[in-house]
Design a protein around this ligand. Structure first.
Ligand SMILES: [Zn+2]
Length: 168
């Protein structure tokens, strides 16, 4: 409550105008995400108006779209074929289906390992590890990955000691 009030005081806009614009923006975002297939139509917090919008976009019936049951998103993660063999590890890292890589385990390899090796042009050595620079485990863009010595990693996260990227 305190934080919300504080934001309200800081915001230079008037309450009602801000709220309307905010809602409109949110609605636009939902529509965009939905057409991109990134938002499930049974997403919580939708208004009746949103239901209509989704119905018009997809051409489906409300009955089928809003039926209860497990979200396909969840079902997909348990499915090995999800997004062409991508899934998430219990620790939150992205795994890629790959049976031939030396480090593949149970038919999967960490996406960050593959990306880092692509960047280096060689396989990772045993004493090397991939660090996510922005700490987002799912952000495997090459510029977010630093190959570092395993031994220096814990110190970096615990005490902020320096990390030296291995780039050859
Ligand atoms: Zn790290």
């Amino acid at each position: 409550m305190t934080a919300l009030r504080l934001i309200g005081e800081i915001m230079p806009y008037k309450g009602t105008k801000m709220s309307e614009e905010g809602q409109k923006r949110l609605s636009e975002t939902r529509k965009r995400l939905f057409t991109q297939g990134r938002l499930a139509p049974w997403n919580k917090g939708l208004t009746k108006k949103d239901h209509r919008v989704f119905k018009n976009i997809s051409g489906g019936s409300r009955k089928t779209q809003f039926k209860k049951g497990p979200k396909p998103e969840t079902a997909g993660r348990n499915n090995a074929n999800w997004k062409g063999g991508k899934r998430k590890s219990s620790a939150g890292y992205i795994l890629i289906r790959n049976k031939t890589h030396p480090r593949s385990q149970n038919g999967y390899i960490f996406e960050h390992t593959l990306m880092a090796e692509k960047k280096l042009g060689r396989y990772l050595k045993l004493d090397e590890l991939v660090h996510h620079i922005n700490e987002n485990k799912e952000d495997n863009r090459p510029e977010n990955l630093a190959v570092i010595y395993r031994g220096s990693h814990v110190g970096y996260h615990r005490w902020g000691t320096e990390l030296k990227e291995i780039d050859d």
